[in-house]
Design a protein around this ligand. Structure first.
Ligand code: GLA
Length: 756
């Protein structure tokens, strides 16, 4: 049993492999949070709570004069409430029927179930009954007549506890939920740092570590989507924690809309973290009897640093978030025509690219933006989901068949949530657009947003897309969305209900995705929002991988993919090889470097293969072969960050087989120094007693280097890379591995480590 309930003392203890989480109902009926950290026994951890009379931290009426040291303002709370004596950040804020904003929850009862709860209309972790347990704690406010159900899903083996809440109006008047966070977490006595992932279009998920000082720090989004700017994921860790040591807690929000993650260090140095839907654009009306369900937040704990924490999340997202036929199937190697042609193509040109690609081992051609209505640039045509047959030179079906004839599958780009002012759809349905009446809407990429909170809009998109997907032999859909949402207003909602728009939009999006993925289970859906602007576990529930960034420069990708790897597995990261100079940074990098970086993701190409030299084509053939051979290990192995992109010269990561018998190390010199110090890493995840052979991938340079450089390099190869030079797992893990030096700028190496 992962969940232990001490009924006498009203203590709830949740155990995972490495962590324990505990709550206790106190004598007044408040639910206190007593512990989250390394796995311990079932000790009542409330002995850690030390109350003192603190001026200006008042006392609940019931205890009043009896004990001035008892205060909701300092006690660790399981689900913090606004307006009734806890002045720290809160999880729940309710506007009552009389306009007041007080709410306080008292314990009522609990329900224990096998298996993992699900949430109506929202994505959530799923697991079999023998892998998971659910605890539901029901709390009540006897004054506001609000009932709150706190849900806990425990996946013991994965070191995962999930949280969600349901708010029910049990009173006789309408109430407004102004904030209903998915989780609130209090630590009594820890001094933390937190790591967050900020960014922008073309540079997503940059890692930032800051101290949690007194005051409130927050990340979030009010952009309608989870955003490029802050990922809905953070790590709280003890000072000094690193990849392999130290306690750390990961919080990942399973939601693709606006979110807020706040953390506060209070007057007595306690830390509180609250995470949920961003309250700025949120107000949910509850008539008597109605309920509101929050999205889910995932918590994971590692006593051994960030590496383990990431691997917990990787496994959970791979096995318990991603769904459908493609969950475990090898994803096809693709070529996408975006950076090859942008809007400027003909059907014949596309067929030429597909023909050459097929000969080299590519398995799928993806037709990107520019195939619909009047869309030769990004100023028009969005919303008109009818193929431009004049441009394609035939019907879409005929084009798909011509592409299929070359030997590859056919995939296609959609941006269903967007609409251009210059489109027939806009002319017919101006009321379907998100905008505030009487106010000109902000444009972004010269486009507007379709009101996905509306049923008729959802229906239209499902119909249009279904028609195309049923008629044309399409096996892959890239679902894009290229702007943030402001001017929030829906013509379908009355004035009191406008605060529901942002969340209703996300529910509408999920509904459309659910219908389409259910109706077309064989189609592989790729998520995208100007690259990684909606890279979150909510989207991954529908689209098992996401285009990670519009930036395809492998050196910039080192930072982007490094940051992404903290919360997401390789199997979710779309990564393509593009041409040089790179279109985003103008940087020139070796072909093999571009390929090695893209191989730590869902691999493909975004360049005009038909214009490449025979030598380059030969390299593509080899790259694809290598990727296909190593696919299983890359997608399902254990991921280790060995040297970050902020290190002096080289970024290094490793993917090891779960049994430790094989590993791939990828090392990219992001900086070249004269007379360089050796680059050394400690390999992880091998078997200590095993003997390992190192093999350096030389296939991309062997026959291209001039003899002098080649001889120099071979003479400089560190010990271990030669024939018969075996090294033990213990030595590689404790002593380390020397990465061969670079012989050119942006050199990349791939080293295969195999147990003999
Ligand atoms: C976004 C995507 C790109 C491409 C363009 C098309 O930027 O991220 O990959 O599809 O839109 O307009």
């Amino acid at each position: 049993m992962a969940i232990i309930v001490d009924q006498g003392k009203n203590i709830f203890t949740l155990h995972t492999k490495n962590s324990t989480y505990q709550m206790k109902v106190d004598e007044l009926g408040f639910l206190l949070h007593t512990y989250y950290g390394s796995r311990i026994d079932n000790t009542d951890m409330s002995y850690l709570i030390y109350n003192m009379d603190r001026g200006f931290s008042g006392n609940p009426y019931e205890i009043g004069g009896k004990d001035r040291s008892y205060s909701l303002d300092t006690l660790p709370q399981e689900y913090s409430c606004f307006g009734t004596g806890d002045y720290r950040i809160s999880a729940l804020r309710i506007k009552n029927g009389d306009g007041s904003r007080g709410v306080q929850l008292y314990y009522d009862k609990y329900i224990l179930n096998k298996g993992k709860y699900s949430i109506p209309d929202l994505p959530a972790v799923y697991a079999d009954d023998d892998e998971s347990e659910t605890l539901e704690i029901i709390m009540k406010d006897p004054y506001s007549h609000v009932e709150v159900h706190l849900y806990y899903g425990v996946l013991e083996k994965n070191d995962i506890i999930t949280r969600a809440v349901k708010v029910v109006n049990k009173g006789s008047e309408k109430i407004v939920v102004e904030k209903a966070a998915s989780l609130s977490l209090d630590w009594i006595s820890q001094d933390f740092d937190w790591i967050t992932f900020y960014g922008r279009h073309n540079m997503e998920r940059i890692t930032q570590r800051s101290a949690i000082n007194h005051g409130i720090q927050a990340i979030g989004s009010v952009r309608g989507t989870s955003s490029h700017h802050y990922n809905p994921f953070a790590i709280l860790c003890e000072k000094g924690a690193d990849e392999t040591k130290g306690q750390c807690f990961g919080i990942s929000f399973v939601y693709s809309g606006e979110f807020l993650m706040e953390v506060e260090k209070d007057q007595v140095n306690q830390t509180r973290l609250v995470c949920g839907i961003h309250p700025d654009n949120f107000e949910w009306n509850l008539l008597p009897g109605e309920e509101f369900n929050s999205p889910e937040a995932i918590m994971t704990y590692s006593p051994h640093g960030f590496g383990q924490l990431s691997r917990n999340l990787h496994e959970t997202i791979r096995e318990h978030i991603c769904r459908g036929e493609w969950k475990h199937k090898r994803r096809p190697v693709l070529v996408n025509n975006w950076e090859a042609t942008y809007f400027n193509f003909t059907g014949d040109q596309l067929v030429e690219i597909a023909k050459d690609a097929a000969k080299l081992g590519v398995e799928l051609f993806v037709l990107d933006d520019g195939w619909v209505g009047k869309r030769d640039n990004d100023n028009s045509g969005l919303g008109d989901w009818y193929p431009n047959e004049e441009k394609l030179g035939c019907s879409l079906k005929e084009l798909a068949e011509r592409i299929l004839d070359t030997g590859v599958e056919f995939g296609i780009w959609f941006e269903p949530e967007a609409i251009s002012e210059d489109s027939n759809l806009y002319r017919e349905h101006p009321e379907w657009v998100v905008r505030i009446p009487g106010r000109p809407p902000a444009l972004s990429r010269n486009q507007l947003v379709l009101d996905f909170s509306r049923k008729d809009v959802q229906y239209y998109i499902i119909e249009r897309m279904s028609d195309i997907l049923s008629e044309v032999p399409i096996t892959y859909v890239k679902w894009d969305f290229n702007r943030s949402i402001c001017d929030k207003f829906s013509n379908e909602l009355g004035p009191e209900y406008q605060g529901e728009f942002a969340h209703r939009y996300v529910l509408g999006l999920y509904r459309v995705l659910e219908e389409l993925t259910t109706k077309f289970p064989h189609i592989l859906f790729e998520g995208c929002s100007g690259g990684g602007g909606r890279f979150d576990p909510g989207m991954l529930y529908y689209t098992p991988h996401i285009w990670c960034s519009d930036n395809t420069d492998p050196i910039a990708r080192l930072t982007i993919q490094y940051g992404t790897s903290f919360g997401y597995p390789v199997s979710t990261v779309g990564a393509h090889v593009s041409t040089v100079p790179n279109h985003q940074t103008r940087r020139v990098t070796p072909f093999s470097t571009r390929a090695y970086v893209a191989m730590s993701g869902i691999f493909g190409y975004q360049l005009d293969i038909s214009k490449m030299t025979e030598e380059e084509k030969d390299d593509i053939r080899k790259q694809i072969e290598i990727y296909k051979n190593r696919y299983d290990l890359i997608q399902n192995g254990h991921y280790y960050r060995l040297l970050p992109p902020t290190s002096d010269m080289c970024t290094v990561w490793e993917i090891a087989a779960k049994d430790g018998k094989e590993a791939i190390i990828t090392a990219v010199y992001h900086n070249v120094e004269a007379n360089p110090a050796p680059v050394m890493v400690q390999v992880q995840g091998l078997n200590e007693s095993g003997s390992y052979q190192l093999e350096l991938d030389t296939v991309f340079w062997e026959d291209k280097l001039d003899e002098k450089v080649k001889n120099w390099l071979l003479s400089k190869l560190p010990y271990g890379y030669g024939e018969g030079e075996l090294i033990s797992g213990a030595a590689l893990m404790k002593g380390g591995l020397v990465i061969p030096p670079a012989f050119q700028e942006y050199q990349a190496w791939q080293i295969i480590i195999k147990q003999c």
